[in-house]
Design a protein around this ligand. Structure first.
Ligand SMILES: NC(=O)c1ccc[n+]([C@@H]2O[C@H](COP(=O)([O-])OP(=O)(O)OC[C@H]3O[C@@H](n4cnc5c(N)ncnc54)[C@H](OP(=O)(O)O)[C@@H]3O)[C@@H](O)[C@H]2O)c1
Length: 337
């Protein structure tokens, strides 16, 4: 996809104050600090989306001190197109700032036809990282994840492939995503034996999905691994956007979406109650939902999505009020449990 450079889009000069206000958190026991809020490119960055808008969101992110961009081989649609669009924007705007960026990719879900384009074989992972690097025009990613557990491939094979990807210089660190606590523990032990820096587990975590509290966060802590929480806004449900109905251009209303209108409708009473509490705290609901996750010490970063730069600006303002009183936490608990 082409970037329209004849438009009003000027050469990018990042905000010189970009590191002043962002909070950076150490990831587990590693040397890496991540911004408390990171940007994911799952939606809004594919060939079906507007690349000028995608470019604006990425520029806005970096200007706000967001140094971590999260991608995966299959983000789009179509698959691969978010990485390709990111590569196009990266070459124009971010090439000179490579060492200020922490860029992730992943493999583990369906990517190409046949038996070698899915799950967790060595064959799939090694081919996939090569494809991702080519699409993004990068020499290496900062972290490469196995995107989901594979029930059939031995964990030793999958973790061994991650280790070799690091040894080949194609990733600096490794991570896993969507692994249960027990699988995470096994993966951590294998990676330790292989002497590979395993620093992050990427897990869905929001007020509406708290499975990580049931053992995963403890497992991560005991292994010195950080948690990066994805879909912290339950894909937009934990904002005020659906309170008066389902907007035309919202994720719940889009094709290629994993959020359906029933999920929105089933949760709307809780959303309204949470929204009232957020207003009482002088916050937007999105900001309260992010702050609520960041109260967990094991969470290194909250990985948000954004369909506009304004959404991202709003979300980053969560950092202005991260504290909760005991009473507020009890009220939240009462609404969501
Ligand atoms: N490892 C995995 O298996 C996995 C799975 C899912 C996601 N992820 C990662 O996590 C990232 C974030 O996931 P997500 O996009 O589901 O996160 P999310 O932050 O829960 O949802 C983002 C969506 O919420 C809406 N939104 C965000 N800020 C808003 C605001 N201030 N006001 C109103 N609406 C707002 C926007 O949707 P609208 O389009 O409706 O405006 C936006 O696209 C992904 O990009 C990806 O990198 C990883």
């Amino acid at each position: 996809m082409q970037i329209n450079d004849k438009s009003e889009v000027k050469e990018y000069a990042p905000n010189p104050q970009r590191y002043d206000d962002m909070v950076y958190k150490r990831t587990g026991k590693s040397g890496i600090f991540l911004p408390a809020i990171s940007l994911g490119l799952w939606h809004n960055f594919g060939f079906v989306d507007n690349i000028q808008n995608a470019r604006e969101v990425l520029r806005c992110a970096f200007d706000l001190g967001i140094t971590h961009f999260d991608l995966a081989n299959n983000y789009g649609p179509p698959y691969g197109s978010a990485e390709e669009n990111f590569g196009t924007i990266y070459r124009k705007d971010f090439k000179n700032y490579r060492d200020e960026l922490f860029i992730a990719s992943k493999a583990g879900y369906d990517m190409w036809p046949g038996p070698y384009g899915n799950f967790g074989s060595r064959k799939y992972l090694i081919a996939s990282i090569d494809q991702s690097l080519k699409r993004m025009g990068l020499d290496y990613v900062d972290i490469f994840y196995h995107h989901r557990p594979d029930p059939d491939t031995p964990l030793e094979e999958t973790m061994g492939a991650l280790a070799d990807i690091v040894r080949q210089g194609k990733a600096l660190y490794v991570g896993i995503s969507n692994y249960q606590p027990e699988e995470t523990q096994k993966a951590a032990m294998i990676l330790k034996q292989l002497n590979v820096p395993f620093i992050l587990h990427q897990a869905r975590y929001s007020m509406f999905d708290r499975w990580v509290e049931d053992g995963l966060l403890k497992t991560l802590e005991s292994n010195g691994v950080g948690c990066i929480a994805f879909s912290p806004l339950a894909q937009g449900v934990l904002t005020d956007k659906y309170i008066h109905g389902i907007p035309e251009d919202s994720r719940a209303n889009k094709a290629f979406s994993f959020l359906n209108t029933d999920t929105v409708k089933n949760n709307i009473e809780k959303v309204k109650a949470l929204n009232a509490l957020a207003i009482h705290r002088n916050q937007k609901l999105s900001q309260m939902a992010i702050a609520w996750i960041l109260r967990q010490p094991q969470v290194s970063s909250v990985l948000v999505g954004a369909s506009s730069a304004n959404q991202l600006k709003e979300n980053v303002k969560a950092l202005d009020n991260l504290g909760f009183t005991e009473e507020e936490l009890k009220l939240i608990e009462g609404i969501i449990s």
